[in-house]
Write a protein that binds this ligand. Structure first.
Ligand SMILES: Cc1ncc(COP(=O)(O)O)c(C=O)c1O
Length: 316
């Protein structure tokens, strides 16, 4: 069954019980640098520091207290832990052993059980599948789960209800849940608004799958953990194939440059994934010149190591 704008509106009623709309501002000095009107949607101000919390609230409400097990590089994990905490439901999160320690600590602090194992998200997924089989907990895919997509769609409802006249929205893509949701909302509310995905060229599975029209697995060498999925997700790709306007790639260095600009021109702490949309606008100036563009700052959970790299970039 296809998700529609009505599913996103229903999700919005659940999200609104817990979270106010996030701000969306433009900053003249940032606009001057970009040559476009850039509206930054501040999902970094969520209580978990990232947009994923919207999906977790909607999914956990739908499951009515059933225990869950999921796998994540970080922000989906915090979302599931936060929503389970609110609902009083048990939640287990499997993360790769090298996951950002602050994110793992935040997940545990919301009361979820954290299992750190394996080198990649694929290893974490395999372990989570075993846990689900042995405990009976509901296995939750961070990408191929309709209520998560409907939940994160509420942020695009906020954007387009405030600014139905936007020329474009640029969305960072890992599993593609946010970008899929953006296409559902924009096609219903503002069909002329372009929706562009962006991924790191060092982890291009979703991008390559979208271009080829077939599932893809790719090496995941990006430093940007929210975008480091390594494989495409079938459900989200279906929506992207139907309605995504274009899919851009940027380098990790271009993402770091955009993080610095958000910090210095927009008072904003963005993790790499949250700065990827601005990186796309800055590296494709012809495409966005003079336009009004929303860039979704999806998260602000930058690690200490990531912040250190921003202040002391490696010589190129
Ligand atoms: C901050 C941030 N931005 C973007 C993404 C990518 O979102 P999606 O998996 O919905 O494509 C993630 C995924 O974890 C994230 O944490």
């Amino acid at each position: 069954m296809e998700l529609t704008i009505e599913d996103v509106r229903a999700a919005s009623e659940i999200v609104r019980r817990h979270l106010p709309p996030t701000p969306m501002w433009s900053y003249p000095v940032l606009d001057a640098t970009a040559g476009a009107t850039v509206l930054v949607k501040h999902e970094n101000t969520q209580p978990t520091g990232a947009f994923k919390v919207r999906g977790g609230l909607v999914l956990i409400a739908a499951l009515g207290g059933r225990p869950t097990v999921t796998y994540s590089t970080g922000n989906h994990a915090q979302s599931m832990a936060y929503a389970s905490h609110i609902a009083g439901a048990a939640c287990t999160v499997v993360m790769p052993a090298g996951a950002h320690p602050a994110k793992a600590a935040a997940v545990a602090a919301w009361g979820a059980e954290v299992i750190l194992t394996g080198a990649t998200l694929a290893d974490a997924e395999a372990h989570a599948t075993e846990v689900a089989a042995s405990t009976g907990a509901q296995l939750v895919s961070p990408g191929d789960t309709p209520s998560l997509i409907a939940g994160v769609g509420t942020l695009y409802l906020e954007i387009l209800e405030a600014r139905p006249d936007l020329d474009a929205i640029v969305v960072p893509v890992g599993s593609g849940s946010g970008a899929a949701a953006a296409t559902i909302v924009s096609r219903a509310l503002s069909p002329d608004c372009a929706v562009l995905g962006v991924q790191s060229a060092a982890s291009p599975a979703a991008h390559d799958a979208w271009r080829a029209g077939t599932p893809a697995t790719r090496p995941s060498r990006t430093r940007v953990e929210g975008l480091a999925t390594g494989r495409s997700f079938d459900l989200t790709q279906r929506y992207l194939r139907a309605s995504l306007t274009d899919f851009l790639l940027v380098t990790d260095e271009q993402i770091a440059d955009a993080q610095r600009l958000l910090a210095t021109r927009a008072h904003t702490l963005a993790e790499g994934a949250g700065a990827a949309p601005l990186a796309a606008v800055l590296t494709h100036p012809d495409r966005f010149a003079g336009k009004e563009v929303a860039v979704v700052c999806t998260g602000g959970n930058a690690s200490a190591g990531e912040l250190a790299l921003l202040s002391h970039p490696p010589t190129r």
